[in-house]
Design a protein around this ligand. Structure first.
Ligand code: AP5
Length: 207
């Protein structure tokens, strides 16, 4: 299973990637998670990324391409992967193509999750993440258990979410025709319960 999940901020990529990871026994590779981990560890890369992330902007292509190149060499990624939030620009998609060609493991699917803008803002601003397990919750749609220690992402403030959505339209939407031309793109309606969305994804992958 070599799959890319594409979709605007808070469309449910991380939630669905976690479920697909369990089902297909391949790792989730999330550039957002990797960058947040680097930031929390205070590395040079993390500090460089922070300025862009806090502003709701994309981190430079070369930084994320380097992270993914290194991550794909880990043993757990040999049988496949679910890429969540990478690629996000056409140059990143071209670089991913080259990285996979070098390894003889071409991409199989690119799955686009569609959700309307108003819902995306609500999903992002009410998202909370368990600090210990990384489990993704939502205060309205998937409330955390009592006593959970929760993180509220700095870039989930409403104004930053709107800038991230604009950045998606400006930089990432161009990936859709790119992958359509390659015959890899599948689309899934991301509105409904997480179970409903997972069922749609699985039926799309089986089609
Ligand atoms: P990243 O962490 O990748 O953020 P994102 O793409 O903006 O996506 P999100 O994590 O916000 O949302 P998601 O689609 O995973 O939704 P989730 O499942 O959590 O990137 C952050 C930043 O890092 C970027 O802005 C950029 O600066 C940088 N970056 C990362 N990758 C980069 C790259 N490749 N190039 C350059 N820069 C990069 O769900 C959201 C909420 O909705 C949750 O609360 C969840 O519980 C809830 N929810 C999920 N599904 C449903 C459902 N079906 N119904 C109701 N609620 C739902």
């Amino acid at each position: 299973m070599r799959l890319v999940l594409v979709g605007p901020p808070a469309s449910g990529k991380g939630t669905q990637a976690d479920r697909l990871t369990d089902r297909f026994r391949v790792p989730k590779i999330s550039t957002g998670d990797m960058l947040r981990a680097a930031r929390a560890a205070g590395t040079t890369l993390g500090k460089e990324a922070e300025t862009f992330m806090t502003a709701g902007k994309l981190v430079p292509d070369q930084v994320v391409i380097g992270l993914v190149d290194e991550r794909l060499d880990h043993d757990d990624a040999k049988p496949g992967f679910i890429l969540d939030g990478f690629p996000r620009t056409v140059p990143q998609a071209e670089a991913l193509g080259a990285l996979l060609e070098k390894r003889g493991t071409p991409l199989q699917y690119v799955l686009q999750i569609d959700v309307s803008r108003e819902l995306l803002v609500e999903r992002a601003t009410l998202r909370r993440i368990d600090k210990r397990s990384g489990q993704i919750y939502h205060l309205k749609y998937n409330p955390p258990p009592p006593g959970a220690e929760l993180d509220h992402r700095a870039d989930d403030q409403e104004e930053t979410v709107k800038r991230r959505l604009d950045e998606y339209d400006a930089m990432t939407a161009a990936l859709l025709p790119f992958y359509e031309k390659l015959g890899l793109l599948r689309r899934v309606d991301g509105v409904g319960t997480p179970d409903e969305v997972t069922a749609r994804i699985l039926s799309e992958l089986e089609r």
